[in-house]
Design a protein around this ligand. Structure first.
Ligand code: ACM
Ligand code: ZN
Length: 543
């Protein structure tokens, strides 16, 4: 054989081989956060184009809602309006398969060059499959405008995935500073993108009440407004103020809109109505609910304040029950957060009515009076089919019988509650307070205190070693908190939340044995481009 024809044969052989054997996918080209529990790579790519169809059971409303969501999130960058249809190739199938078992949210995703199949026992799993699919596409997919010239290739993979923890939360304090509905929706979209499922909406504080309650119009009129706001740090007098009236609240229509928006993203909104402390804003409008009768003013600086609900006055409970009736009407969440933190006992000690209550109820002290207060509210909410969450101070003076404890002053409260067989959500200020500094630079914007960087968040594991297997089952998951004394704008909230919330998503989703900080950082560098597309003002130094 002549040399030339030998080379031609070799060349055509290589071409043929190239056609029949698409390239092997390397794991290095994949950057999904949170890391799936199991992912295997295959050969070749599915290429999405304007002819790609979405196949699903259109009579199943929840599945149809996932399909609509997928169409909506894929449209802006690609310009594709994916049609529904049952093509045998170039199709993305969303399929309910009740045989797939696992934790709520479990799904499988199978990408092959001709077909993508997302299957799960329920719509929540399908929804998470869609999130993984978004992160398999080129990073431009999150852009809000048409991205010309991008080939929308999805590498062949087989994913078997489920969350490790059932409670995967992020909190936002909208009372110290108020944020518009448009931002709340963006916050929720970002949670969904990271397969988080709880939004803890901290709606009431000394410095402002942020939810319209029809029965008590003065909450909107008076409690939602403060006359000015502290300048600088709250811990160091003399205090200086800006002289600018500040306020805002969500109407019930807006609340319904947010709850529905979150629901379509498989996120539960858990409202927090603080009691008995952190309630000066309420007292400003309804002074008869305090021990001294006032007058009170909506608070203009940061801290913990002595004026709280009077525990000896039955009108307080009538007020709270009426408020809770409207709250329950607005929020389908089984959980209602009742606060319970940082309630000084100063006023109760000096109040005749409070002391009379202690006597009448056979209570030992003001801590037991606090427990009485919480239990009375719990009983009312339980009677309406709801459960309470409270900050770990609700352990003091006796834990309400069915309460779930949110452990914030470290993990001790959570450990104690789990040992008592109560459910627990871990949100320790040692690792998950995103109002802390994340960098040592002098240029960081003012924060409350402390240092909680990305690596520290990533290192967190919600189950303390002090618990045995039975007790550990009561740790439902974890949440990070964003208290907004020092965050005045959405951009600043994003700066404090991201990318720490990205690390948290892996803490609560991915099995501990699979976590690896170096690999997380490799994936994060890709992921930040996705956050760019979503216009997120994340912190971007030193990782
Ligand atoms: C809290 O940080 N006071 C719950
Ligand atoms: Zn009192």
């Amino acid at each position: 054989m002549k040399k030339k024809s030998f080379f031609l044969m070799l060349l055509s052989g290589m071409l043929l081989w190239g056609c029949s054997q698409p390239p092997a996918i390397s794991k290095d080209e994949i950057a999904i956060i949170p890391l799936p529990q199991k992912l295997e790579t295959g050969f070749g790519y599915f290429v999405m184009n304007e002819k790609t169809q979405i196949a699903f059971n259109q009579t199943d409303e929840e599945v149809a809602s996932v399909a609509a969501y997928m169409r909506e999130v894929l449209a802006p960058a690609t310009g594709f309006k994916l049609a529904s249809g049952n093509a045998s190739k170039n199709v993305i199938v969303l399929m309910i398969d009740e045989a797939i078992s696992g934790n709520k949210g479990v799904y499988q995703l199978d990408v092959k060059p001709r077909k993508i199949v997302i299957s799960a026992p329920d719509a929540t799993g399908l929804f998470y499959g869609v999130q993984t699919l978004r992160q398999l596409l080129p990073v431009e997919i999150t852009q809000n405008t048409l991205q010309a010239g991008v080939e929308w290739k999805i590498p062949s993979v087989s994913v078997n995935d489920e969350p490790s923890f059932q409670y995967r939360g992020l909190h936002l304090d909208v009372a110290r500073h108020f944020f518009p509905v448009s931002f709340i929706k963006k916050y929720i979209d970002l949670l969904a993108f990271h397969k988080m499922n709880k939004f803890h909406w901290h709606l009431t504080e000394d410095q402002g009440w942020r939810i319209e309650i029809k029965k008590y119009p003065l909450l909107a009129e008076i409690s939602s407004m403060r006359k000015e706001t502290l300048i600088g740090h709250g811990g160091i007098p003399p205090f200086e103020f800006d002289g600018q009236p500040y306020g805002g609240y969500y109407t019930q229509e807006e609340i319904k809109e947010v709850v529905a928006y979150a629901q379509s993203r498989h996120i539960t909104v858990i409202p927090e109505i603080e009691l008995p402390g952190h309630t000066v804003a309420v007292l400003a409008a309804y002074p008869e609910l305090g021990c001294t009768g006032g007058p009170y003013e909506v608070v203009t600086r940061w801290g913990v304040f002595d004026d709280v609900f009077c525990a000896g006055n039955d009108e307080v409970f009538t007020f709270l029950e009426n408020v809770m009736l409207e709250v329950m009407e607005l929020f389908p969440s089984e959980y209602i957060h009742i606060g319970g933190d940082e309630c000084p006992k100063t006023r109760w000690k000096a109040c005749k009515k409070c002391q009379q209550r202690i006597k009448n109820e056979g209570l030992k002290n003001e801590y037991e009076l606090q427990s009485y207060f919480i239990q009375r509210v719990e009983k009312f909410l339980n009677a309406h089919g709801r459960q309470i969450i409270g900050w770990d101070e609700i352990l003091e003076g006796g834990l309400a019988p069915r309460a779930t404890v949110m452990s914030w002053r470290g993990e001790e409260g959570g450990i104690e509650a789990a040992k008592m067989r109560h459910d627990v959500i871990m949100t320790p200020n040692s690792h998950l307070y995103f109002d802390h500094y994340q960098n040592n630079s002098k240029e960081e914007p003012l924060a409350i205190c402390c240092f909680t960087d990305l690596a520290k968040v990533y290192s967190y594991y919600p189950i303390p070693e002090a618990l045995n297997n039975e007790e550990a089952k009561h740790i439902l998951g974890a949440q990070a908190n964003l208290w907004t004394e020092y965050m005045k704008t959405p951009e600043h909230v994003e700066y404090m939340a991201y990318p720490r919330a990205v690390a948290l998503s892996e803490v609560v989703w991915t099995d501990k044995s699979l976590k690896n900080y170096d690999d997380f950082i490799r994936r994060l560098k890709v992921h930040l481009k996705r956050l760019d597309g979503m216009n997120v003002n994340y912190f971007n130094k030193d990782f």
